[in-house]
Design a protein around this ligand. Structure first.
Ligand code: HQG
Length: 188
């Protein structure tokens, strides 16, 4: 994977905005599972298929998935991260999580999270990472001072909480009650 150019990062952000949060702003309607025809997205964003493919292929987190339908048309969706205001059901099967998952967050959120648990807030799900380095990257989007929480995902699943694994390997669940959380010691 090569790094995206500045232009490609800009395109990637626009695609993420449209496919996760504001399809209406680009005049697009997602289907029930979050897909739109690639041709419609290209027209809406005024980008070429080559530009799109470069962004999808080199995306550091594989945020977008392209699938070919029986009629030969390609459709695209964001693999996770949709706003709650966008009615999308990713239709992912329930999956058995590993015993432990991680969540990176600005340290300033820690007290609130330890008291009320992890909430999905404006998104459909709480997003959990498979390892500490990934959780640190997620947290650093928002702050240089990041805390990583250890999530007892195995115990949660045993207690009936449902987990899904997105196509780009982000673990999703509706909420994490605080009793399943432990602050992880890290060297940020
Ligand atoms: C925090 C990125 C206080 C939570 C990433 C987070 C991810 C609380 C923020 C994906 C709280 C929500 C999602 C509580 C949760 N009290 N703060 N009770 N419960 N929070 O962006 O997980 O780069 O919606 O810790 O890689 O940061 O966009 O969630 O800091 O997969 O592709 O509230 O977005 O993907 O923020 O990130 P977000 P997130 P992309």
């Amino acid at each position: 994977m090569t790094a995206l150019t500045r232009d490609q990062v800009r395109i990637s952000r626009r695609i993420a905005l449209v496919l996760r949060h504001r399809p209406d702003a680009a005049g697009l309607t997602l289907d029930a599972n979050g897909w739109v025809p690639v041709g419609d997205l290209l027209a809406a964003l005024e980008i070429s298929r080559d530009q799109l493919d470069a962004v999808v292929e080199h995306n550091d987190k594989s945020r977008f998935a392209i699938a070919r339908r029986d009629d030969g048309a390609d459709w695209i969706r964001a693999s996770q991260g949709h706003s709650r205001r966008v009615a999308v059901d990713l239709d992912l099967p329930p999956a058995d999580p590993p015993p432990v998952l991680y969540h990176g967050t600005p340290r300033i959120n820690l007290a609130s999270i330890m008291s009320e648990g992890l909430r999905s807030r404006s998104r459909h799900h709480v997003h959990l990472s498979v390892d500490v380095p990934t959780a640190l990257v997620v947290g650093r989007r928002r702050s240089a001072d990041v805390a990583v929480l250890r999530v007892a995902a195995g115990e949660m699943a045993a207690a009936g909480h449902v987990f899904h694994l997105s196509a780009n390997r982000v673990w999703l669940t509706t909420e994490v009650p605080s009793r399943y959380l432990l602050p992880e010691r890290t060297n940020p």
